[in-house]
Design a protein around this ligand. Structure first.
Ligand code: BTN
Length: 312
């Protein structure tokens, strides 16, 4: 019931009377009060405006009250990817989203860490069970990058792009990272976990991290719950198309968003191959025009550096 009350308070910026809430939900005023108390304990600031009723004054709270069916929420957890993998092994449904207030052992690509100890950003993982050969599963990473870029561009009206394969960048700084993990047999994918971390309301980063948050770019706070719900929904929407059309459905869109396109890149493949990125092909590989001809780079294998070693 507290979820319903939260939604009513959110929809109405003014004061909502206890009587109205009780009638709308068919419960007693005491039951309404209990739910209001529970929401306050979860971190929502709900003002009592006597004798009129209640007004929600703080909306960016991450709590179980924000998430309904299909979401599994923890106030604090290790890594949403690890939890999602455990749940997927136990048979969790496709489309399940695992998220949390604070992720204390977040993982990045290539053994790096993803740190957000204050919980200013968001972390969530989506369980998918695609009927694809394991070699096609990394395409879902690209799909998640496009989904997150779509949502964050719409939320901010900022020029957010994708640094291949799947870092979202804004003003040349990292805004979001995606880590895809899977469980597969030789020719069958059991499940894929797509983990997304987005810097949302962070106000600063350590000097050695070239990162930016939505708040730093836009000068205002964003609702982390909204960002999680909208981005996971967009991932699942693009995934429906992926089931029909595979990566063909997003190649053009990805290439429009790809900030590496037509730019000099160095492929960190051991040989430091250099060239100009041309965009992805319909296997999700990045095509790079080098002195020796066009080579294709597979997302699982390498990272890129821009000219003079800078981030892009
Ligand atoms: C990267 O840029 O290296 C990838 C970062 C991915 C971070 C997300 S946060 C949610 C999910 N859980 C994790 O432990 N990692 C991913």
């Amino acid at each position: 019931m507290y979820r319903k009350i939260l939604n009513i308070l959110k929809a109405d910026n003014s004061v909502v009377s206890g009587e109205y809430l009780a009638n709308a939900l068919g419960v007693s005023r005491a039951a309404v009060w209990k739910s209001i108390d529970k929401l306050r304990q979860m971190g929502y600031d709900i003002e009592s405006v006597k004798p009129k009723g209640y007004r929600l004054t703080k909306t960016d709270v991450l709590s179980a009250a924000e998430f309904g069916d299909g979401f599994i929420y923890y106030d604090e957890c290790t890594s949403t990817n690890n939890i999602a993998k455990e749940l997927a092994h136990k048979g969790a449904k496709e489309g399940t989203v695992v998220t949390c207030g604070i992720q204390n052992s977040g993982k990045g690509r290539m053994g790096r860490v993803w740190q957000d100890k204050n919980g200013d950003g968001v972390a969530f993982s989506v369980i998918l069970r695609p009927n694809v050969h394991p070699s096609e599963a990394p395409c879902l990473t690209l799909l998640a990058g496009v989904a997150a870029a779509d949502v964050l561009r719409a939320e901010t009206a900022k020029d957010i792009g994708i640094k291949w394969p799947n870092d979202l960048v804004l003003e040349g700084k990292k805004l979001s990272g995606i880590l895809t993990e899977m469980s597969a047999e030789t020719d069958r994918t059991e499940f894929v976990v797509v983990g997304v971390g987005i810097n949302v309301n962070n106000t600063s980063f350590p000097k050695d991290i070239n990162a930016i948050s939505l708040k730093m770019a836009c000068g205002k706070e964003f609702s982390r719950a909204d960002i999680i719900k909208k981005t996971s929904a967009r991932i699942l929407e693009l995934y429906k198309d992926f089931e029909q059309n595979r990566i063909d459905g997003i190649v053009e869109h990805y290439n429009e968003l790809c900030v590496n396109k037509k730019r000099f890149v160095r492929v960190l493949d051991g040989a430091n191959t250099e060239g100009v990125a041309l965009g992805i092909n319909n296997k999700g590989e990045l095509l790079v025009e080098t002195e020796k001809g066009i080579i294709s780079v597979f997302s699982g294998e390498v990272s890129l550096r821009g000219e003079d070693g800078k981030y892009i």
